[in-house]
Design a protein around this ligand. Structure first.
Ligand SMILES: C[S@@+](CC[C@H](N)C(=O)[O-])C[C@H]1O[C@@H](n2cnc3c(N)ncnc32)[C@H](O)[C@@H]1O
Length: 218
């Protein structure tokens, strides 16, 4: 259920904060403006926030400092342990986008950064339906992640990575389920959300999906 990449994160956890700081040249463009991306997600969040794929807790930390009530979900125990060590006050539960403990608090915002692409498009559709069910009326989803304006642009970015000798990045872009923006728009509008996108760097956009309760049939 979208957990096929967890081994990568078990390995990456100890160096992950170096990568987001731009120290891995292959991922420098992906993590360009990382702090600004997290800050934008925080600025769009309100109330009780459910965060998926907390990783080492960098977004969680900013959400907590903004005075928000955060419940984190993370499938990699190596990542989860670092987040807990950094933020003993954070509630972080073992789970993933599709399978997680029952949340018995009303949720106003669902956030995630650099993680939703671990679900296939079919799984993203299932997840969007579940998000709609757990969000309060007028609740919202705010996701920052790599996505592409078109399949042509995605293929061009993969070719560009190969030309630069960034073979790990090129492989990652082909291995995981980085979506096309129109596909994401369909997934969320189908499940009763109004959707907007904002580009934050060459790879990452922020998707904001506000629940409007008009669920359409496929
Ligand atoms: C690239 S890291 C991003 C961490 C953090 N959100 C950030 O912005 O720095 C991706 C995170 O998503 C988690 N992840 C992988 N598959 C997932 C899934 N199916 N559901 C939720 N989280 C997942 C990984 O374990 C990892 O912690």
């Amino acid at each position: 259920m979208g957990r096929e990449f967890i081994e990568i994160f078990e390995e990456w956890a100890k160096d992950y904060d170096d990568s987001v700081a731009g120290q891995d040249p292959q991922y420098a463009a992906v993590f360009a403006n990382y702090e600004g991306i997290l800050n934008e997600v925080v600025a769009l969040s309100a109330g009780t926030v459910l965060e998926f794929g907390v990783g080492t807790g960098n977004l969680s930390e900013k959400l907590i400092h903004a005075g928000l009530n955060v419940i984190g979900i993370e499938p990699s125990l190596a990542m989860l342990n670092i987040a807990k060590e950094k933020l003993p006050e954070l509630t972080v539960l073992e789970g993933d986008f599709l399978t997680y403990p029952v949340i018995d608090t009303p949720v106003n915002t669902i956030v995630s950064t650099y993680a939703f692409h671990h679900l296939t498009d079919d799984e993203k559709l299932v997840a969007a339906k579940q998000f709609s069910e757990i969000l309060e009326d007028n609740g919202r989803i705010v996701f920052g992640d790599t996505m592409f304006a078109s399949e042509i642009e995605k293929q061009a970015m993969i070719s560009d990575a190969k030309e630069k000798g960034f073979f790990a990045l090129a492989e990652d872009l082909q291995r995981e389920y980085y979506p096309i923006i129109d596909t994401l728009e369909d997934i969320f509008t189908t499940n009763g959300f109004d959707v907007q996108f904002k580009q934050m760097n060459h790879f990452v956009w922020i998707l904001t999906a506000i629940k409007n309760n008009s669920v359409k049939s496929l």
